[in-house]
Design a protein around this ligand. Structure first.
Ligand code: HEM
Length: 445
């Protein structure tokens, strides 16, 4: 019987590293602080860490207690991801810190822990296996037509505008559509998903910015009722699928067996939350971040427009450079060592994907956006190893669909310089991205 992870995952605070530091170097940026990321990822700081302390001890704010080891080299991120026995996802979860459970929404807190992403082998694979049919090459190829159609509709809406917020009109809309298709959410219910995500994100930013004073008290009540509604909906859909199975991911999750039993309710909540989140803001921020890169590296944009078969390599390269998931955490299950640095059992190890993806020992001239980079695919933005992103094909397919159509309909679309990046130390979260383009002439009816 699967026991809830929320009861097993307990924070282990280590204010100082037990075995001391091999690399006496203090990080030039406070990676635990959410506002350190509002001007983008601190790539310059990552570079100095990679050069001076590739396994760098970073302190967390006192209310969170401890500290963690930050990894910035590609080799080390790969090695840790590929060794789940020593570096566990389950012992401490995948987030740097979970805060005080008493101050979090109880169902949300538990659901964020009772998920496959926080499991170690062998139970992890039992659950992961059930998802696989919805992420095969064939499944994604079949989904592509629907995604292309949705992109056309979204671009039709902005066509006469000539300028808009790309996040609001395209990047935020498409991933929710695609997820709903995979999950099997009826069209009439999809606006609710948009609303729930909106509330979860705003609440997250309020907490990050400690901006409670400015918030209308009505917001808190609305937040609670939206979270409740979201979990009630997910659970009722999953239970309905147990009674009446269909060909969708909700059915696969509802019927998944781990240790021979159907998943307990806590894991239904967690599975619902994981899929809704994992495929949503990650893809959204890749779509937005790609537009920013294409504007900053206009010659590379022109190169792809002149040679459309470069689109898939351009997408790999864009995801390498954006690296929308900034980190994943592991916790040492025993005393161990990385690059000669002794790590004690229970200490946290945080893998910075954006840093690894700009490691010059793997990527020549790593800060340059090279749409034809021969090894762009070697990026670790999707992770690697047993937890490697299930949705990577879905994400790549969406990016290709968006940019194929943007290049043909709005070849001069560019970022205006207007950007708003949320205070978030986990996902590079672009809340707003202004773009301009020559409007399309209204088509004859
Ligand atoms: C550019 C877009 C995306 C990025 C950068 C991304 C990144 C990641 C990363 C880094 C992990 C690894 C977690 C770990 O090692 O601990 C992961 C796992 C996961 N991703 Fe994605 N992701 C993206 C899009 C998606 C999409 C579109 C979906 C679903 C439709 C998805 C579903 C998942 C799931 C379910 C997991 C957990 C896998 C497991 O624990 O076995 N992701 N993703």
């Amino acid at each position: 019987m699967l026991t809830p992870l929320a009861d097993q995952i307990l924070e282990t605070y280590a204010p100082e590293p037990k075995f001391g530091r091999k690399f006496a170097f203090d990080p030039p940026v406070d990676l635990a602080h959410f506002s350190a990321f509002t001007s983008g990822q601190p790539f310059a700081a990552f570079k100095t860490m990679r050069e001076n302390a590739p396994v760098c001890w970073c302190k967390e704010p006192t209310e969170l207690g401890g500290g963690f080891w930050a990894l910035t080299r590609h080799d080390d991120v790969r090695a840790v991801s590929l060794d789940p026995k020593t570096f566990s996802s389950q012992k401490g979860g995948i987030l740097m810190a979970y805060g005080n459970p008493a101050q979090r929404h109880p169902v949300l807190h538990r659901a964020s822990l009772d998920q496959m992403i926080n499991m170690d082998p062998p139970i992890h694979f039992e659950l992961r296996r059930e998802h696989l049919p919805f992420f095969t090459q064939k499944y994604v190829a079949d989904l592509k037509g629907k995604v292309e159609g949705k992109v056309t509709t979204l671009l039709d809406t902005i066509a006469p505008m000539g300028a808009c917020d790309l996040v609001e009109h395209v990047s935020a809309e498409l991933p929710l559509f695609t997820l709903s298709e995979i999950l099997g959410i009826p069209e009439s219910d999809r606006p609710k998903l948009v609303r729930w995500m909106h509330f979860l994100e705003i609440a997250g930013y309020i907490v990050a910015e400690k901006n409670f004073g400015s918030v209308d008290p009505k917001f808190f009540a609305e937040f609670l009722s939206n979270v409740q509604e979201m979990f009630d909906y997910g659970r009722s859909m999953l239970l309905k699928r147990r009674a009446e199975p269909r060909e969708d991911l909700l059915t696969a999750l509802a019927l998944a067996k781990v240790d021979g039993d159907l998943m307990p309710d806590e894991f239904l909540d967690g599975s619902w939350l994981l899929i809704a989140f994992a495929g949503n803001d990650t893809t959204r921020n890749s779509i937005s971040g790609t537009m920013k890169l294409l504007t900053e590296f206009a010659a590379e944009k022109a190169r792809v427009q002149a040679n459309p078969p470069l689109l898939p390599t351009m997408v790999d390269e864009a995801i390498r450079m954006v690296s929308p998931v900034m980190y994943m955490r592991r916790t040492a299950t025993k005393d161990t060592e990385i690059r000669g640095q002794k790590i004690a059992e229970g200490e946290k190890v945080i893998m910075y994907y954006g840093a690894a993806n700009r490691d010059p020992s793997v990527f020549i001239d790593p800060d340059r956006f090279d749409a034809a980079r021969a090894n762009g695919k070697d990026h670790v933005a999707f992770g690697i190893g047993p937890h490697v992103c299930l949705g990577q094909r879905v994400a790549n397919m969406q990016l290709e669909a968006v940019y194929r159509q943007i290049f043909s309909r709005f070849p001069d679309m560019h970022w205006t310089g207007e950007i708003d990046i949320a205070p978030n130390n986990f996902v590079h979260a672009i809340r707003k991205l202004g773009v301009k383009f020559t409007p399309e002439k209204r088509k004859a009816a």
